[in-house]
Write a protein of this length. Structure first.
Length: 114
């Protein structure tokens, strides 16, 4: 069983190490990335069927990755030279409608004015 394994996240081939159950990812960050990718996929497959109590962090991260770190209402990216805090909000205010196109990135300032 000695040899190499392929990381489930990035596809990199690594030499096997330790116990076989650890030989799935290069490291913790590959494991976490892979897990959030699966969660994102599950969300997209089932979007609109379940309500979130709050929008999950992996969705926030995913949207920022796709769209950039920026408030989609005012267009700001920074505040006092710090990256602006970005939240995710429902465009139609319906928390059951959690499809990707109904979600927008919003800063606390715009959110308070909604
Ligand atoms: Zn990897
Ligand atoms: Zn804003």
């Amino acid at each position: 069983m000695n040899g190499c394994f392929t990381c489930l996240n990035c596809g990199k081939v690594n030499p096997t190490k330790g116990h076989s159950y650890t030989n799935k990812y290069c490291n913790n960050s590959c494991q976490q990335q892979h897990r959030s990718r699966l969660l994102v996929k599950e969300w997209k497959d089932h979007a609109g069927h379940t309500a979130w109590r709050q929008i999950p962090e992996y969705v926030r991260k995913y949207l920022i990755e796709q769209r950039g770190h920026k408030c989609e209402v005012c267009g700001n990216t920074t505040h006092n030279e710090q990256p602006i805090p970005i939240n995710v909000d429902y465009i139609d205010n319906n928390s059951y409608n959690n499809v990707e196109t109904n979600l927008q990135l919003i800063c606390p300032n715009c959110k308070s004015q909604k």
